[in-house]
Design a protein around this ligand. Structure first.
Ligand code: NG1
Ligand code: MG
Length: 520
């Protein structure tokens, strides 16, 4: 599972094994495009998929474990390093084009060896490549020393993960880019953990202060399995299979066609939630731990997380009582939910002044520490609601994992009630996202309500929310009914092109993670 990304897989395998695979046509098209734009053959193709998150929403950046799975839609990059270098000393060349050339215009960059500049204030598709490039070069420089000279590259990219749709087109593109750069610069094996960690940090350069779920799912996933991703003490990804059930379970992904653009709304949505969670951790620490306790700096986007608070709190309690805690993690999380309710009593939220006073720092210091790198716009920070969502969602993930590992009761021919238990956890997640974390939207709520009425066990938003995609746990024999209900009650009311209609709903099967295919 850990270990290297498969680098030597031959491209011809894809065609011979899957001659009828619609993907083969797309890959051929990519290679033909490469030939027509650059007048030569690509050397290799790097691929990374999008993902759907099954459960564990908005908790990765608080360092709690999540359960996503890779989907078939992906980013593929055809690459050659046979590029005339720029005349300027100390630079290398990147030529990059997209299969959809109208929407994503081609670019050429001369880049200094040690300074990949990214302007996160403009929303430019090549920023994602550059962020993967920057991360990969940092790693390569660490490995090979300061005199390392990056190779020039010519690239054609094709992406099928819808942008702004909650299926993580960005992580697919960044991970595939970082992988492509590693291989272009001669790496014969690429370690999955290294690749994921660099992709996580890289993506923050594009302006979103994200957690690590998407990149982990994109890199580590294995065909046929979901992926349990933990972030502490180190990044770990474990494939998880679904038990056999009857009726059989299917995941449906339904687009809302509400585009949630994190670049526009980051300061009031995503990045604000990251700040609220870190502030909640700091606040709970200041009130509940002994005076002077500082939280350990960790891998979360703002270096202190609710999970960091959780661990510190439990350790200090144990220390005080002189015993090791006999409480299980679910019990600890239940305690934290009660403590949060008692400690963070203001439902209307907390001002900067109020928080700074409790943390015993100035408002200026608070701004410097929590809101300077990724600006946010808010008068009040809803610490109570955000912490409650995170602790309860972390608990739901553990319950879901427990159910999966137990499987349905032995000998049951009809596992409907087991299926319904899985589904109701997803429904609880949606309730919490809508009411407590405030990251859903009317359209997603509608899609969920329609699906449940037509037979879905559990329906919820997936990814960041505020639009984008929803995921539904549906018995195989109800898939048609759910699709029909959506068409009648939702999609037919939107003015959709045929192309959009076709991508509105997909049956998702867990797909495989990052790989490189050699073109011979
Ligand atoms: P989307 O919006 O689906 O890419 C985002 C974050 C994740 C995670 C989810 C919410 C990025 C790249 N990803 O996913 O890390 O926090 O929201 O669970 O921003
Ligand atoms: Mg994204």
């Amino acid at each position: 599972m850990a270990g290297p990304v498969p680098v030597a897989t031959s491209l011809s395998d894809i065609y011979t094994l899957d001659a009828l695979n619609p993907q083969a046509k797309r890959w051929n098209n990519l290679l033909a495009k490469f030939q027509s734009v650059y007048g030569q053959n690509a050397e290799f193709v790097a691929r990374s998929p999008g993902r759907v998150n099954i459960i564990g929403e908005h908790i990765d950046y608080s360092l709690y474990s999540v359960l996503p799975m890779a989907i078939t839609a992906d980013a593929i990059l055809a690459v050659s390093t046979d590029v005339t270098s720029p005349s300027q000393e100390g630079t290398f060349k990147i030529k990059i084009a997209n299969v959809q050339e109208q929407k994503f215009p081609a670019h050429e960059f001369d880049i200094p060896y040690d300074a990949v500049e990214i302007d996160a204030t403009v929303h430019e598709w090549t920023n994602y490549f550059k962020s993967g490039l920057r991360g990969a070069l940092e790693l390569l420089r660490k490995k090979h020393g300061a005199e390392f000279k990056p190779k020039s590259m010519a690239i054609i990219m094709d992406g099928t993960v819808p942008a702004g749709g909650g299926l993580s087109s960005s992580a697919a593109f960044v991970s595939a880019s970082a992988l492509a750069v590693m291989v272009a610069n001669g790496e014969k094996t690429v370690d999955k953990t290294e690749l994921t960690e660099l992709a996580i940090v890289s993506e923050r350069a594009v302006g979103v202060n994200s957690g690590g779920m998407d990149q982990s799912a994109s890199v580590f996933s294995e065909r046929g399995s979901a992926l349990f991703v933990s972030f502490t003490p180190t990044l770990r990804a474990k494939p998880v299979s679904f038990p056999k059930t009857s009726p059989e379970l299917t995941f449906l992904i339904a687009q809302s066609f509400v585009t949630a653009d994190k670049f526009v709304t980051g300061p009031i949505h995503y990045n604000l939630r990251v700040v609220e969670c870190s502030l909640a951790a700091a606040y709970l620490n200041a009130v509940l731990n002994p005076p002077g306790t500082s939280l350990p700096s960790d891998a979360s986007p703002l270096s202190i997380s609710l999970h960091g608070f959780h661990e510190t709190y439990v350790a200090l309690q144990e220390h005080q009582s002189g015993a090791t805690s006999s409480k299980s993690v679910p019990e600890q999380l239940s305690d934290l939910i009660s403590l949060t309710k008692e400690t963070l009593t203001k439902t209307e939220g907390y001002t900067r002044e109020e928080i700074a006073a409790v943390l015993n720092i100035s408002v200026q210091d608070l701004n410097e520490k929590f809101t300077s790198r990724f600006p946010v716009r808010a008068e009040k920070f809803k610490l109570r609601q955000r912490a409650l969502h995170v602790f309860s969602e972390a608990l739901r993930v553990l319950k879901f994992m427990d159910l999966l590992s137990q499987g349905p009761p032995q000998g049951d021919n009809d596992t409907s009630s087991y299926n319904a238990q899985l589904g109701s956890l997803l429904n609880e997640t949606q309730d919490s996202c809508r009411e407590v974390y405030e990251c859903s939207c009317e359209e997603i709520d509608q899609l969920c309500a329609i699906a449940r009425k037509a037979g879905s066990y559990g329906s919820r938003l997936t990814g960041a929310g505020w639009g984008g995609c929803s995921v539904h746990l549906v018995p195989a024999d109800k898939v048609a009914a759910v699709k029909e209900a959506w068409e009648k009650e939702y999609y037919s009311k939107l003015d959709l092109s045929d192309e959009k209609k076709q991508t509105a709903v997909v049956v998702s099967r867990p797909g495989s993670g990052s790989a490189v295919y050699q073109v011979e």
